[in-house]
Each structure stands twice: as structure tokens, then as C-alpha cells.
Design a protein around this ligand. Structure first.
Ligand code: ACO
Length: 352
């Protein structure tokens, strides 16, 4: 049976750099607070009305497809991980197909809504498709446009300073080289704290702070009334909310656990890792994980300082940047790990 190799990587970040000092102009925050708590110095914001998660994903995808030595028509399946899709529906997978100009219909497109661990979940799904022989050239992307959906008042500062925009992509293919490619993937979830790191609206859960009225089939006016009512009384739900300390505690436990799970499944120990690419949630979380696995600085790749937390895009952006910097070489043992909203978390071990 074949295994799955990462045949090409690419990333795209918007041109517009937003520093901590820029954020200080719109909310009560400081460069010192943001750097100390998260390691973030600056992030990128997409051009409103010009760029979307799909257009950014297309830029990253073109690079990954070219590096894999393929043409866009060779792609037979698209997996798109995002929490900030262009539309409520349809998903971004089909939008990316259109944006890339892939007109053939013998192709599948799947969206993944697993937030920070969306890329690792997508990698695991793609791995199964490739190993089963169902698809041969899978395009997997993570892309986020957080800047459109953050609360930039002082009320939202605990969350909004952490996030940035960008996209990363990989192309996955079968390989018959012994011991090469994705060695193992591990996925976990625990819905107990689902609302602790979440954006609750728009959504169909209903009943939240709504007037106790059975609208039946609501008229346009009634729908407007629901929206205005919810927006006025509960407008915080239209932005992400986070219990930062709970997320921190869970993340620093689950990251090392799921990395060790992958290593032991593949018969490895932390020392064997050539490069760990953790989801770029927060530099302090990554440093905590590094310390608990006793990894030297050169074996952990972080770029959150430049891009902030780009959720589903953070691992493929970091992986691409590490590859471009020559930090991922043929034969290297690369570990990818993520933790995020849900909570969901996961890891993948790859022999490059
Ligand atoms: N600038 C200045 N002050 C701020 C800011 C800000 N941007 N945000 C919050 N504060 C203030 C608070 O209002 C509070 O003030 P008070 O003491 O006067 O009430 C004070 O700072 C402390 O607030 P806390 O929320 O307790 O801050 P904490 O030290 O916990 O740091 C942080 C918050 C950075 C979010 C921390 O909890 C953390 O690192 N959590 C991990 C979560 C994370 O990184 N999430 C990333 C996204 S999720 C993911 O990718 C997995």
C-alpha cells in the first residue's frame, strides 16, 4: 500500500502589515502587553472588498501546485479548512475550484470547520483518501480572514489582538518509497467546553437571548426584528469569545500529549524530531510545549511574531515558510500539532 507525501507547499499573506502600535490607535492596549502575553509583534490584514479567504487560498495553492510539479487540472480533490468562510454557504472548496479555474467536474470539494486544528484534520482525511487509492492529487488549504470579524473596541481586545489573515496550502500525493510520507495522524475532540472559544452567531441554535415568540414562518420584518434584538442585546456573540486562561491550560496539556501519541505510535522519541511545527496559537504555548518535550530552539518553528494566529492557516503557512528557509529537508522527521476551539486537537508525523 502507498503512503501519502507532501509534494508541494505554498503560502500567501496579505501585504498590509498591522503592528501592535496600529492597534493602540483603535483600542486600549499596548505593544508590551501583546508581546509579553502572545509574542505577536505584527499581523497581516487582507484588503477589504478585494481579498477573501478563497482568493488568498488560491494564491497559496498556485505555489503549492507548481512546486508539486502539477497543473491545476491535475487536482482531483480539494479540502478547505477555515472558520472565516467567504459565505455562510456554499463552502470555500467550490469557490477555490472556481477561483483556480478548474472546470472539470470529476473532482470533489470538502470544507472542514475545525478551526485551529482544521489543517491537521484535513491532512488526516486526505491521507485516508490517498492510501485508499481514491484520489491522487489532493489540494489541502487553510485560509482565514479574521480581520473582517473581530471586535476592535477595547471590549474585544483580549481576542482581537491575537489574530491575523493568511493562507497556506499543500499538495498530497501517493508515494511508494518505504518509510516516507505521513507516518501517522491522531485526532481528538472534547465538546465539553464548546462555547469557551467560539463565535456563536450567526447560527441556527436559536433561543439565545431571543424574545420568547413562536414566529412560525417569520416574515422579513420579523426576521429583521430578531436580528436587531439579538444584535442590540447580545452583540458580543457576533465576535469570537474566549476563556483565554482555560484555553492556555488545556493547550499546554494536549499539545505534548498528542505529539507523544504520534511519536510513540511511530516508534520515535522527541529527540528524533527534526522540526516541530505547532499551530501558531501563542508563543508562550509553543515555548511551554518545547520545554516539556525538551526540544532545542532550532527544532521548533514559530512565526506568530509576524503573522499572529491565523487559525487553520497557521500550520501550512509555517510549514511553507520553514521549507523555504531550508529547515525542512528530504528525510527529515517533521511533527505537526494543533489545538483549538471545540476543543479539538491533533497531530501528524511526516517523514519528508
Ligand atoms: N491589551 C491590554 N490589556 C488587555 C488586553 C489587551 N489586548 N486584553 C486583556 N487585557 C487586560 C484585561 O482586561 C485584564 O485587565 P484587568 O486585570 O484590569 O481586568 C488583564 O489584561 C488580564 O486579562 P486576562 O484575560 O486575565 O489576561 P491573561 O493574562 O490571561 O492573558 C491571554 C490573556 C493572552 C489571551 C492568555 O489567557 C492566553 O495566552 N491564553 C491562551 C489563549 C490563546 O492564546 N488563544 C489563541 C487562540 S485559541 C488557539 O489558537 C488555540
Amino acid at each position: 500500500m502507498s503512503s501519502t507525501k507532501i509534494a508541494g507547499v505554498g503560502f500567501y499573506v496579505p501585504e498590509q502589515v498591522v503592528t501592535n502600535f496600529d492597534l493602540m490607535k483603535v483600542m486600549d492596549t499596548s505593544d508590551e502587553w501583546i508581546r509579553e502575553r502572545s509574542g505577536i509583534v505584527e499581523r497581516r490584514y487582507a484588503k477589504k472588498h478585494e481579498e477573501t479567504p478563497t482568493t488568498m487560498a488560491a494564491e497559496a495553492s498556485k505555489i503549492a501546485i507548481e512546486r508539486a510539479g502539477l497543473q491545476k487540472e491535475d487536482i482531483d480533490f480539494i479540502i478547505f479548512a477555515t472558520l472565516s468562510p467567504d459565505y455562510y454557504f456554499p463552502g470555500c472548496g467550490v469557490l477555490l475550484q472556481r477561483e483556480l479555474g478548474i472546470t472539470k467536474t470529476e473532482i470533489g470539494a470538502l470544507d472542514i470547520r475545525n478551526q485551529c486544528s482544521g489543517f491537521v484534520y484535513g491532512l488526516s482525511v486526505a491521507d485516508q483518501f490517498i492510501k485508499s487509492g481514491m484520489y491522487k492529487n489532493i489540494l489541502l488549504v487553510g485560509s482565514e480572514m479574521h480581520s473582517m470579524g473581530l471586535d476592535f473596541t477595547t471590549r474585544g481586545r483580549g481576542v482581537s489582538v491575537l489574530f491575523g489573515d493568511g493562507a497556506g496550502a499543500v499538495v498530497l500525493q501517493p508515494t511508494f518509497e518505504e518509510g516516507r510520507g505521513i507516518l501517522t495522524t491522531h485526532l481528538h475532540s472534547d465538546g465539553t467546553h464548546a462555547e469557551e472559544l467560539a463565535m456563536l452567531s450567526p447560527g441556527s441554535h436559536g433561543g439565545y437571548h431571543l424574545p420568547d415568540v413562536d414566529f412560525g414562518f417569520p416574515t422579513a420584518e420579523e426576521l429583521g426584528e430578531i436580528f436587531v434584538y439579538d444584535n442590540l442585546l447580545n452583540n458580543k456573540t457576533y465576535y469570537p469569545v474566549m476563556d483565554g486562561q482555560l484555553v492556555f491550560k488545556k493547550a499546554v496539556t494536549k499539545f505534548p500529549e498528542v505529539i507523544m501519541e504520534a511519536l510513540s505510535k511511530a516508534g520515535h522519541i522527541p529527540e528524533d524530531i527534526d522540526l516541530l511545527v505547532p499551530h501558531q496559537a501563542n508563543l508562550r504555548i509553543a515555548q511551554f510545549v518545547q520545554k516539556s518535550l525538551k526540544l532545542p530552539d532550532e527544532k521548533v518553528f514559530n512565526n506568530i511574531m509576524k503573522y499572529g494566529n491565523t487559525t487553520a492557516a497557521s500550520i501550512p503557512i509555517a510549514l511553507s515558510e520553514a521549507w523555504e528557509a531550508g529547515k525542512v529537508k528530504e528525510g527529515d522527521l517533521v511533527c505537526l500539532a494543533a489545538f483549538g476551539s471545540g476543543f479539538t486537537w491533533g497531530s501528524a508525523l511526516v517523514r519528508w
